[in-house]
Design a protein around this ligand. Structure first.
Ligand code: HEM
Length: 147
C-alpha cells in the first residue's frame, strides 16, 4: 500500500515564487541597486561605513548586489555569496543603522516600481534584515542555573 505524504505537503511552507511582473527584470533591479547605493553613499551615517569597506571597488559590489536581488526577487540563482559573515565583521553597525538602510531601500523601491512590487521588495528586505540583525546582535541571556 502506498501512502501519500499529504500532511507534510500541507505543513511545509510553499516555496517563494519568482515575482513575475512586467518591468521587473535584471535591468530594472540593477537600476534599483544603483539608485539605492547612490543614496546610501550620500547618507551621513551609512555613507562613511560603505566608503571605508568598499574603497574603490563599487562596480563589483553593485554587480554582486544586482545578482543578490535577482536571486531574491526573480529566483535567478545568480548570487552565491554569504551575507552573514560579510556583516558580522562590521563591528560599528547598529540596529538603528538597519532602520536607516530599510527606509532608504523602501523609498528607492517606491520611486522606481509599482506599489505592489515595491511592497514585495520592502518585505523581502525587512525579512533578510531581521535575520542579519539576529546574527549580528542577538546574544542569548545567561542560562538560569543555581546561584
Ligand atoms: C545598516 C545595514 C547594512 C550595512 C551597514 C551593510 C553593509 C554592507 C557592506 C559594507 C558590505 C560589503 C562587505 C564586503 O564586501 O566585505 C555588504 C555586503 C552585502 N550586504 Fe549589506 N549592509 C547592511 C544591510 C544589508 C541588508 C538589509 C541586506 C539584505 C537585504 C544586505 C545585503 C548584503 C549582501 C547580499 C552583501 C554581499 C555579501 C557577499 O556576498 O559578500 N545588507 N553590506
Amino acid at each position: 500500500m502506498t501512502s501519500k505524504p499529504v500532511l507534510l505537503d500541507r505543513v511545509r511552507p510553499a516555496a517563494e515564487q519568482p515575482l513575475a511582473r512586467p518591468g521587473v527584470d535584471r535591468a530594472s533591479i540593477g537600476a534599483l541597486v544603483r539608485e539605492f547605493y547612490s543614496r546610501v553613499r550620500k547618507d551621513k551615517r551609512l555613507g562613511p561605513i560603505f566608503a571605508r569597506e568598499i574603497a574603490g571597488d563599487w562596480e563589483s559590489h553593485l554587480e554582486k548586489m544586482t545578482d543578490f536581488w535577482c536571486s531574491v526577487i526573480l529566483k535567478s540563482g545568480d548570487y552565491h555569496g554569504r551575507p552573514v559573515p560579510a556583516h558580522l565583521k562590521l563591528k560599528d553597525v547598529t540596529e538603528a543603522d538597519f532602520g536607516i538602510w530599510l527606509a532608504l531601500f523602501g523609498e528607492t523601491a517606491s520611486g522606481l516600481f509599482a506599489p505592489e512590487v515595491a511592497t514585495v521588495l520592502a518585505e523581502r528586505a525587512e525579512r533578510i534584515a531581521t535575520s542579519l540583525k539576529l546574527a549580528m546582535f542577538f546574544r542569548p541571556g545567561p542560562a538560569a542555573g543555581p546561584g
